[in-house]
Design a protein around this ligand. Structure first.
Ligand code: ADP
Ligand code: MG
Length: 700
C-alpha cells in the first residue's frame, strides 16, 4: 500500500517529536508531503574537495578531507566551546562546537580521515568551521550517491539545533525509502507525451538526488511547469466562470454616433493598433458577458480616442458611460479634450471632481439619474454614493495603477448589472507577468505610436554640467519650445523634497529671469484651482518653463513641450521615469529628456539611467524594471499568489510560463469542465489543490 503523504512528519524515521516541532516551526513542514516539496536551493559539486591552504575569505561552503589531531575546551562568557584542530597535508584549521560538546567529543576519533563540510570563518588569520557536517571518509564514500549534493533551505535555529544539511539529506533519503519513491502522477498523459516530460516520481527523485545534470534539468523543468500550469489553469478557469456568471449588457449594434464620429469627426487616421484594439473591445461589448479588459498602451500611444469611441458605442445602445482619472488635472484635460472632439455630436458631457461646486453637483446628480447626461468624467468623486447613474453601460478607468482593486469594484456596484469595464494603463506590465497576474482580465495592447513622432533623445548629465544644460534650455526656448523641470516629490508631504523643489524653483527663476522668461510651478500642496491656473498658463504658452513635482506624471498633454528635465533622476523608479519622459515627444518637433544626477550612483540607479538612455520602448523598460525590482513591487502581484512560487521563477522561467499558459488554455478550450478521461488527473489535482492555499500542498 502506498504511504499516505498526509502522514505527520513526526512518524518519519530519523525525525521524532523534537525535530518535527522544529521543522514545523522553522520551515512549515507538517507532513511527508511538505517535506517532499522542500526543494533544494542549489546543489553542491561533491566531487570537489578543498585543501586548507586554498581557503580564502570568500569561499562559501567547502568540503575538506583531513584528520582531527587534538581537542580542547575553551571557556567563554556562558559555558564553553569545544575546539578541534583539523589538519590536512597543507595546513591546519579549527572545528568549533558551541553545543552538544559531550556527545561530539565522544563520537569523534582522532587521527582517522574525515570529510567535513560547512561554512568557514576567518579569525585572526586562522580558518574555522563552526558546527561542521562531519563523517568518516569511509562512510562518506559509501553515502555518496549523487555527485550533486542538494543544499536545503535552512534557518539559523535549525542549524543551531543540529539539524544540519546532512541530516536533512538523511531524512529525505528515509522518506524515499519509506514511500518506495512512488508518487501519484499529476499531469495528463497528453501533456507528458507532448512535452516529453518525465514522470512525477522520477522528477521528485532527481530534484533531491540528481543522477546527472541532464536529469536535474528535466526534473526542474517538470516541477516548474507543473507549478505554473496549475496557477494558469486556476486563473483561466476563474475568468471563464466570471464570464458565465456575470452577464453584461450586450451592445447590439455599432450605431449612429460611432459611425458619424468615425466618418466625419475623427481628427486623424487611427493607427493599426488602435483599430485592432477597438475591434477587441467591440467584440466584448457585443457579447453577453461583462467586459473586463485591460488596455495597455505606452504614453502617447493614443488611448484617449479609443476610450471615446468605446463610450460612443455605449451611448449608441442607450447607455451612459463614465471615465475616471486619478487626478484633477488629468480629469480636466480629458474633459476639455473630449468636449472638443465631440463638439459636433449632440451629446452631453460633464465633469465631477473634488472641487465641483454644490450647485454643479446637484445638477450632475439629477442629470445622471434622469438620463440626460451621457458621459461623466472625473476623479474619485465618481465613486461617492450620491453619484447614481440611470443606466451606466461602460466604465473606463485611466491610469489604473493609481486606483486600488477595491475602488474599481465600487464602480461595478453602481448598477443592478455591472457595467462593462475598461481599465487603461500606460505603465506597461510585461506581457508575461500580466498573463499570470491579471489572468482574469483580458488584455489589449496598443503597441504602435501614431505616425510622424520623432523618437525622444534621452541623455544623462551630472549636476556639475548644469550650466550647459541651462544653455541648451535657452536655445530651445528661443525656438519657441516649452520645458518641464521635474523634482522628485516621492511623498507629497515630505518637507525635504518640498524644500528641494522650492530651492530649485528659485535658482531657475534667477537663471531665467522675467520678463523674458515666464515660469509656472505646480505641486501637490497647491489648491486645485491654483494648480489648474498654472497648468493653463503653460498649456496656453504663456509660460515657457513648468517646474513641477510628479503630479504631472500622468497624462498631461502639451504637444509644444519638447524638453523634459528630471532632477535627481536616480531617485525615481524606472516606470516613473518612463512616464515622465512621455510628457514630451507629443508634437512634431524633436524632443529631449535630460536625466540629471549626482556623481554618486548605486549600481541599480546606473542600470535604470542606462536603460532610459538606451530605449524608448515601454515594454522593454518594464522587463528591466521587473528584473531589478522583482515582481513584488509591481502592482497586483501581491494579491495574485504568483509570488508564492516554490520552484519556478516568474522572471527567469518565462519560457516555461508561456508553455504552461498555452497548455492550460488548450486543455480548457477542448474540455472546459475537465470531464474527459485523459483530463481526470488534472481535474482531481485541481480539486484537491483548491482545498489548499498553496498548490504544492497537493501537487505531489
Ligand atoms: P495616451 O495613450 O498617452 O493617453 P493620448 O490619447 O493622449 O495618448 O494621445 C497622445 C496624442 O496623440 C494626442 O495628442 C492625440 O491626439 C494624438 N493621437 C492619438 N492617436 C493618433 C493617431 N492615430 N494619429 C495621430 N495622432 C494621434
Ligand atoms: Mg492618457
Amino acid at each position: 500500500m502506498a504511504t499516505n503523504l498526509q502522514t505527520p512528519i513526526d512518524y518519519l524515521k530519523g525525525v521524532g517529536p523534537n525535530r518535527a516541532d522544529l521543522l514545523r516551526k522553522e520551515l512549515g513542514i507538517h507532513t511527508y508531503q511538505d517535506l517532499i516539496n522542500l526543494f533544494p536551493n542549489r546543489y553542491l559539486d561533491r566531487t570537489k574537495y578543498y585543501k586548507i591552504n586554498q581557503l580564502n575569505q570568500s569561499t562559501a561552503e567547502v568540503q575538506i578531507i583531513g584528520k582531527i589531531t587534538s581537542f580542547k575546551e575553551v571557556a567563554q562568557k556562558r559555558g564553553k566551546r569545544l575546539v578541534a584542530t583539523f589538519q590536512d597535508e597543507t595546513g591546519t584549521m579549527e572545528l568549533v562546537w558551541f553545543r552538544g560538546q559531550k556527545w561530539i567529543r565522544e563520537a569523534l576519533k582522532k587521527n582517522v580521515p574525515y570529510v567535513i563540510f560547512g561554512k568557514t570563518n576567518l579569525f585572526g588569520g586562522k580558518f574555522s568551521m563552526p558546527h561542521p557536517d562531519i563523517e568518516l571518509k569511509t562512510e562518506h564514500e559509501e553515502n555518496l550517491r549523487s555527485t550533486m549534493q542538494p543544499i536545503y533551505p535552512s534557518t539559523e535555529k535549525l542549524s543551531n539545533k543540529g539539524i544540519t544539511n546532512r541530516m536533512m539529506i538523511k531524512i529525505m533519503q528515509n522518506l524515499f525509502i519509506e514511500t518506495g519513491g512512488k508518487f501519484v502522477e499529476t499531469l495528463s498523459k497528453n501533456i507528458l507525451e507532448n512535452l516529453k516530460i518525465i514522470s512525477k516520481s522520477e522528477a521528485l527523485f532527481n530534484v533531491h538526488f540528481p543522477k546527472s545534470p541532464e536529469l536535474l534539468f528535466k526534473a526542474q523543468f517538470r516541477l516548474k511547469f507543473e507549478e505554473l500550469f496549475y496557477i494558469q489553469l486556476q486563473l483561466i478557469l476563474k475568468n471563464l466562470i466570471h464570464k458565465s456568471k456575470i452577464k453584461g449588457f450586450p451592445f447590439e449594434s455599432v450605431g449612429k454616433l460611432f459611425n458619424t464620429f468615425y466618418k466625419n469627426h475623427l481628427p486623424f487616421e487611427l493607427t493599426g493598433a488602435q483599430k485592432r484594439v477597438l475591434k477587441e473591445i467591440r467584440a466584448d461589448l457585443g457579447s453577453n458577458a461583462q467586459m473586463n479588459r485591460l488596455l495597455q498602451g505606452d504614453v502617447g500611444s493614443g488611448k484617449t480616442i479609443v476610450a471615446l469611441m468605446s463610450m460612443l458605442m455605449a451611448l449608441d445602445n442607450g447607455f451612459q458611460a463614465c471615465l475616471m482619472a486619478p487626478t484633477e488635472i488629468l480629469s480636466v484635460q480629458h474633459y476639455n479634450g473630449l468636449v472638443e472632439l465631440c463638439k459636433d455630436l449632440k451629446i452631453s458631457i460633464k465633469i465631477l471632481t473634488g472641487s465641483s461646486k454644490t450647485s454643479e453637483r446637484r445638477e450632475i446628480h439629477e442629470m445622471l439619474e434622469n438620463g440626460e447626461l451621457d458621459i461623466l468624467i472625473g476623479t474619485h468623486a465618481l465613486l461617492e454614493d450620491k453619484v447614481k447613474f440611470k443606466n451606466l453601460g461602460l466604465a473606463i478607468i485611466d491610469e489604473q495603477h493609481r486606483f486600488g482593486v477595491k475602488q474599481r469594484s465600487k464602480l461595478w456596484k453602481k448598477n443592478t448589472f455591472p457595467p462593462h469595464v475598461l481599465v487603461m494603463t500606460a505603465t506597461p506590465i510585461p506581457r508575461t507577468l500580466a498573463m499570470s497576474v491579471y489572468g482574469d482580465l483580458d488584455i489589449s495592447i496598443i503597441d504602435e505610436l501614431p505616425p510622424g513622432r520623432k523618437a525622444i533623445k534621452t541623455v544623462h548629465r551630472y549636476d556639475s554640467n548644469r550650466l550647459k544644460v541651462f544653455q541648451f534650455l535657452r536655445s530651445e526656448i528661443k525656438k519657441k519650445r516649452q520645458v518641464y523641470i521635474v523634482y522628485p516629490l516621492i511623498q507629497e508631504s515630505a518637507q525635504m523634497d518640498y524644500k528641494d523643489l522650492m530651492d530649485g524653483y528659485e535658482s531657475i527663476a534667477r537663471d531665467f529671469p522675467a520678463p523674458e522668461f515666464q515660469i509656472s510651478i505646480v505641486h501637490g500642496k497647491m489648491k486645485p484651482a491654483d494648480k489648474e491656473f498654472e497648468m493653463q498658463r503653460f498649456i496656453k504658452g504663456q509660460t515657457q518653463i513648468m517646474v513641477a513635482t510628479t503630479v504631472i506624471e500622468v497624462g498631461v498633454n502639451v504637444p509644444n513641450a519638447s524638453v523634459m528635465i528630471i532632477e535627481s533622476a536616480e531617485r525615481f523608479g524606472l516606470s516613473q521615469l518612463h512616464q515622465l519622459r512621455g510628457r514630451v515627444g507629443r508634437g512634431a518637433e524633436q524632443s529631449y529628456c535630460i536625466l540629471m544626477t549626482s556623481h554618486k550612483l548605486s549600481e541599480n540607479s546606473k542600470k535604470r539611467i542606462e536603460t532610459m538612455v538606451r530605449t524608448n520602448d515601454g515594454f522593454e523598460i518594464a522587463e528591466v524594471d521587473l528584473k531589478l525590482r522583482g515582481p513584488g513591487d509591481i502592482m497586483g502581484t501581491q494579491q495574485s499568489g504568483i509570488l508564492n512560487l516554490r520552484i519556478a521563477d516568474i522572471v527567469k522561467d518565462n519560457d516555461i510560463l508561456q508553455h504552461a499558459r498555452y497548455y492550460a488554455k488548450k486543455v480548457l478550450e477542448k474540455d472546459p469542465s475537465l470531464g474527459h478521461a485523459d483530463n481526470a488527473v488534472i481535474l482531481e489535482t485541481y480539486r484537491q489543490m483548491s482545498k489548499y492555499k498553496n498548490i504544492w500542498n497537493y501537487i505531489s
